[in-house]
Write a protein that binds this ligand. Structure first.
Ligand SMILES: Nc1ncnc2c1ncn2[C@@H]1O[C@H](COP(=O)(O)OP(=O)(O)OP(=O)(O)O)[C@@H](O)[C@H]1O
Ligand SMILES: [Mg+2]
Length: 286
């Protein structure tokens, strides 16, 4: 596996000057922190801002992204690797024209390709440049070989953490490795499932203090997402939160983050309080 990454980079750089598709990898130290749902809803919010988005479901375990959209993948990246299907044939189309590349177990193969296969895959993935402005990769948790490859290759890494102590410890471990393996790639932190803004800031502070000894400057807080029971409901319904509950506090946070990602800076949203929240704020001002 000597120089897989550099071959891929060389092949990819030939395509690169034609157009620029930004690649964002979403990752986490610990599983189950909300990466897939964040990815799906970030894609939706970005599409609302007029961005053309494709999601690569890079999770090696269960294919989740298609399920979150209520879609069923017929073919996966495995069919692309074997040469049976083209990228256009495996690509699913979700709401607002969002493209979904089902990964399945084929994703692991991406990191272990022969040169001929690699060329074929790069040509196919290269065609994505014309179809989208952004490729978002849901990498799955942890530090497998494939995940590291994705993270090294990305323009930006979004790392999802939660305020739980274990998620923080795992995030610390991941950051430590990333500094060695993907030192150049900017890492943006999203804190998911926070109760309050103060909760988010305190969690970020704890992470920052823990990593300040070995990480210099490349970490930043991208935003946070409220713990929101509507997220769980959206998951059960297999309809992304941004479609089933676009006014939910969690989705509004993700819209805010999407704004930052597209370069539009908005002020952080507050917890959605509905009409009661509105009234209590209004009445307090009298
Ligand atoms: N902001 C939130 N508020 C409430 N619940 C949430 C939130 N984000 C995620 N969840 C819950 O966490 C569960 C796991 O989320 P998700 O599948 O996106 O995590 P993941 O990091 O992709 O997991 P895995 O590591 O297994 O791929 C969801 O089913 C949902 O119920
Ligand atoms: Mg997932």
């Amino acid at each position: 596996m000597h120089d897989q990454a550099s071959v891929l980079r060389n092949l990819a750089s030939r395509e690169k000057h034609k157009s620029k598709m930004r690649v964002i990898a979403v990752t986490s130290g610990k599983g189950g922190v909300g990466k897939t749902n964040f990815t799906v809803n970030l894609a939706l919010a970005l599409a609302e801002y007029g961005q053309r988005v494709i999601i690569l479901d890079g999770d090696l375990g269960l294919a989740n992204v298609d399920i979150a959209f209520g879609l069923t993948a017929r073919y996966t990246i495995e069919h692309l690797l074997s040469g049976e299907k083209t990228i256009e044939q495996i690509l699913l189309t979700g709401p607002l024209g969002i493209g979904i590349i089902p990964g399945g177990s084929g994703v692991q193969g991406l990191a272990n390709l022969e040169h001929d296969q690699l060329a074929n895959v790069v040509v196919n993935l290269g065609r994505l440049e014309r179809m989208a402005d952004l490729l978002i990769i849901d990498t799955g948790a942890g530090l497998g070989h494939t995940v590291i490859n994705f993270l090294q290759a990305a323009d930006d890494i979004i790392m999802v953490i939660t305020p739980e102590p274990t998620a923080l410890t795992d995030a610390y471990g991941l950051l430590k490795t990333l500094r060695k393996e993907a030192g150049e790639v900017p890492i943006h932190i999203v804190i998911n499932r926070v109760k309050t803004e103060a909760d988010a800031l305190a969690t970020y502070k704890r992470l920052e203090v823990a990593v300040s000894k070995f990480l210099h400057g490349s970490l930043n807080l991208l935003g946070w997402v409220y713990d929101d029971p509507l997220m769980g409901r959206a998951v059960m319904q297999q309809v992304p939160l941004g479609i089933s509950y676009p006014e939910s506090s969690a989705y509004r946070c993700i819209q805010w983050i999407a704004g930052t990602v597209t370069g539009i800076y908005l002020s952080p949203p507050r917890q959605a309080g509905g009409i009661r929240g509105f009234l209590s704020t209004l009445l307090r001002s009298f």
